[in-house]
Design a protein around this ligand. Structure first.
Ligand SMILES: [Zn+2]
Length: 323
């Protein structure tokens, strides 16, 4: 890992709540709303209000000018379509509102004043009965933060009671830039290192986590790996099961843990994840390094599919396809 990526990793970790959740009060506050935070009665004083964009179910209030046809707005609009089409969800019933502060100090001051019990983080998704809101500021990590938090918003606009692990798994899955095709290199590298140290995935354990304060960095890595593995179009037996499970939360009905619906022994399910990580790692380290994004979309680009053929006997397993 070069210096730039090490720096990026260090910064990205700060967004994970476990690094910051210090008190039981915060944990208690978050406990009822896995993956998001609900807050009532906050002041709207000093929210960004100078510039506004509304595009379908996306509303942005910003300190600085934002154009409807800007790359940021287009990216988020495309992300919503991507989330809904990938998961087969209907158009959001509720809009997601993004409050975009001009810089970190102003954002941090607002959050400290209006959400004093929350730990400092680069961005938040906060759901209330009246609003699904994302708070973020302009900076180097803005787009990645907005993709993650906006994903929570889109999910919460259609679904109720999504388990914490799955809420975060999907946010991590949709967080990477579109051209990365859901590959998160940091998750991949850290999982590969953990596996070398003897770590094994364990979905049933992940499902036990009900409070973000319980989620360690490795849990976020693992959550991403389950989403990445299960949503692969080529894994035809598992993908519909996960999508059906996600849909079961549209009416807020309680569901059994997904591990009990997967229909696979735990060892076999774990092996799927381990194989996926190994496959991605080979690809990243192979002659077509960093080409996963283009190569994954084998159906739309036959040449790209050909470019990732690897000389081993698991060739069929080497082509991942996401939509
Ligand atoms: Zn999240």
């Amino acid at each position: 890992m070069d210096a730039a990526r090490r720096a990026e990793s260090a910064v990205r970790r700060l967004r994970w709540p476990v690094a910051w959740l210090a008190g039981a009060a915060v944990a208690l506050f978050l406990a009822a709303f896995p993956g998001c935070v609900t807050h009532r009665g906050q002041s709207t004083l000093d929210l960004p209000d100078a510039h506004h964009v509304r595009l379908a179910k996306l509303i942005i209030h910003s300190d600085v000018p934002v154009q409807e046809d800007s790359p940021l707005v287009r990216d988020l609009a495309a992300l919503r379509v991507d989330i809904l089409s990938t998961l087969g969800l209907p158009e959001c019933r509720r809009p997601v509102v993004i409050y975009l502060f001009e810089n970190e100090p102003r954002y941090a001051a607002y959050m400290r004043t209006n959400f004093p019990r929350l730990p400092p983080r680069r961005a938040f998704f906060i759901g209330t009965p009246s609003e699904l809101a994302v708070y973020a500021f302009r900076g180097d990590q803005m787009l990645i933060d907005l993709r993650h938090e906006y994903t929570h918003g889109v999910l919460h606009a259609s679904l109720k009671g999504l388990p914490l692990w799955l809420d975060e798994a999907l946010a991590e899955f949709f967080e990477p830039p579109r051209e990365a095709n859901h590959v998160n290199l940091e998750h991949l590298e850290r999982l590969a290192a953990a596996i070398e140290g003897g770590w094994q995935p364990d979905l049933a354990r992940l499902e036990q986590l009900s409070d973000v304060s319980e989620m360690q960095a490795l849990d976020y890595h693992e959550a991403w790996a389950w989403a990445y593995t299960l949503l692969n179009r080529n894994r035809t037996q598992q993908r519909p099961l996960l999508i059906s499970y996600i849909h079961s939360h549209r009416d807020g009905a309680n569901s059994k843990p997904f591990s009990q619906k997967l229909g696979l022994p735990a060892d076999e399910a774990n092996r799927l994840v381990l194989k996926q990580i190994a496959r991605l790692q080979r690809r990243m380290n192979g002659p077509h390094e960093r080409r996963s994004a283009e190569a994954d979309d084998s159906e739309s680009d036959p040449d790209a599919a050909a470019s990732i053929r690897l000389p081993d006997d698991e060739e069929d397993d080497e082509v991942d396809a996401f939509e």
